[in-house]
Design a protein around this ligand. Sequence first.
Ligand SMILES: Nc1ncnc2c1ncn2[C@@H]1O[C@H](COP(=O)(O)OP(=O)(O)OP(=O)(O)O)[C@@H](O)[C@H]1O
Ligand SMILES: [Mg+2]
Length: 226
Amino acid sequence: MQVAASPLVSCRGVTYMYSRGAAPAVVDVTMDVLRGDSICLTGPSGSGKSTLLAILGGVVQPSEGSVRWWATGERPSRDTATDVHGCDASWVMQTANLLPRAHALENAALEAIIRGIPPSRALARSAAVLDELGLGAFYRTPARKLSGGQAQRVAVARSIVASAPLILADEPTGQLDSVSTARVVSALLATVPAGATVVMASHDPAVAERCSRVLTMVDGTIRDDR
Ligand SMILES: Nc1ncnc2c1ncn2[C@@H]1O[C@H](COP(=O)(O)OP(=O)(O)OP(=O)(O)O)[C@@H](O)[C@H]1O
Ligand SMILES: [Mg+2]
């Protein structure tokens, strides 16, 4: 018997307006992020991908509709888990947001250390993930001396090492060539068998084709879910 995957985040009729009277950025979206999903949000610029990510992460409250998060490890039933506010997500933002004076290895380990992973373990794991992402020569380079694409990969490493149940990544390969893009996508997707769920926004068909689900957004709505 096949057991249905359980939801991690559920959106019901979610609409979001940045300001009163403005056209909504997200319009009447109903969807579940299921545990173990690897989702690519795709669609034209301005279609609402970043806004939907912010809603999924609990960073913004919908103007209409509801969002529910289920606590990690909890199996939802009809009545459970509606009191969990926001999600235990790790973010890869469009800008890397690294500490400029800290070197790549420290930046990659930082979120994991804040989350309680022992520093020695976090640093060892950071080194391994930076290697996977082609940054083995840059462990000791201060973040301010990294290129945009190198900094973006360190930000991806930081999220992977953090081992959060949900990774929300906004254009994580936006500044990368095809080789680095493939490495980043492989490293992000490798977290899924280890128990994570990944949602990323991307314009790149090469990213979309490797995800288990592709949600295509048009004018704030989900036009296609496959
Ligand atoms: N901070 C903001 N204030 C007002 N309007 C905003 C803001 N951020 C986004 N918008 C508007 O909301 C809509 C959706 O934007 P969003 O950034 O979610 O799109 P996107 O699909 O992520 O685009 P891109 O591919 O360019 O990153 C757009 O019309 C945009 O102009
Ligand atoms: Mg965006």
